[in-house]
Structures are given as structure tokens and as C-alpha cells.
Write a protein that binds this ligand. Sequence first.
Ligand SMILES: [Fe+2]
Ligand SMILES: [Fe+2]
Length: 183
Amino acid sequence: MSASAPAASPVDKSLFVFLDRCHLDIQQKLEQMMALATALEEGELTPALQAQARALTDWFNAEPRQHHLDEEKHVFPSLLASNQEDVLQATHRLIQDHGWLEADWFEIEPALEAAADGNSWFDPNVLRQAVEVFQQLYLDHIVLEESLAYPEARGRIDPALLESMGREMAKRRAVRDAKAAKA
Ligand SMILES: [Fe+2]
Ligand SMILES: [Fe+2]
């Protein structure tokens, strides 16, 4: 947080607690994906692993994109207005990471989709290595956000807006889930 930044207000929990919870979810799903990739490398594609591959494919096709959108819309703009070089550099790196994370996911998705459908044409060793790269980049990204970007943004975003930002993020997901339920 910058020296001139206002103290965090209790209402900012609505935004940052939401984002922190997303990070916990992402880390948990990454661990599950690594366990799945390891199991696929070591053994047969069982119906249980197939179901896990389906659940993880669906989750990674939905949640991280929402989370990145939340950050790009509500967190990063305040950081890009900074005149501190380290803050600007970190923010540009985080934005670039979102692109790399998407690219990494596209490397993994076809194999997980195949596993979900009961097909095992993919090389499980290549899959496990791709998951390792994806997990490491994500964890490094989260560390940079939690150690620098979020504390800095917490001090820069108008406290009056934090609660409405949190509500907007929740609403966007509710609309998405309602559309999915109708499909
Ligand atoms: Fe991010
Ligand atoms: Fe994040």
C-alpha cells in the first residue's frame, strides 16, 4: 500500500475477500489437476478419473476467466494509474500472465477433454509436465498479486466502490450460472 493511501475500510472485504477466495479455489483445483495428471500417468483411465477430468475441464473453462476479468476490470486499472515504476511493471506482467495462463490451459484442455470422454490418445507424461508449468505460473502469479497488486489496489480504490464491485462480480457469475442452467 502506498504511503498516501487511505486505510482499508471494512467494506473492502467484499471485493478482496471475494478475490482471495477465488485464489484459494484456483490453488485447490490446481492440486486436484496435478493429482489427476499423476494418476493418469501412473495407471488406467478409470470412470472416477474420467469424472474428475470432466469436472476440472468445466471448472477451468469458466472460473479463471471470470477471475481474470474481475481483476482486469476492478483491480488493475487503479494500478495502471500509479506513477510507481515497480507497480506498473508488476501490473503489466500480471496482465501478460493472464494471456500465458490462457495459452497454458489450451495446451492442457484437449487432453483433459479426451480423458473426460474416456479417450486416452494423449501422452500422460506430456500432460503432467504441462500441468506442472501451468501450476507453477499460476502460483507465482497469485503470490505477486497477493504480495503487491492487491495491497496496492486496496489503498487506491475508492472504499465507497469496493462493495458495489464485489456485488457486480457476484452478479456476473449468477447471470452466467442462470444461463448455463437454462442451456
Ligand atoms: Fe490475475
Ligand atoms: Fe488473481
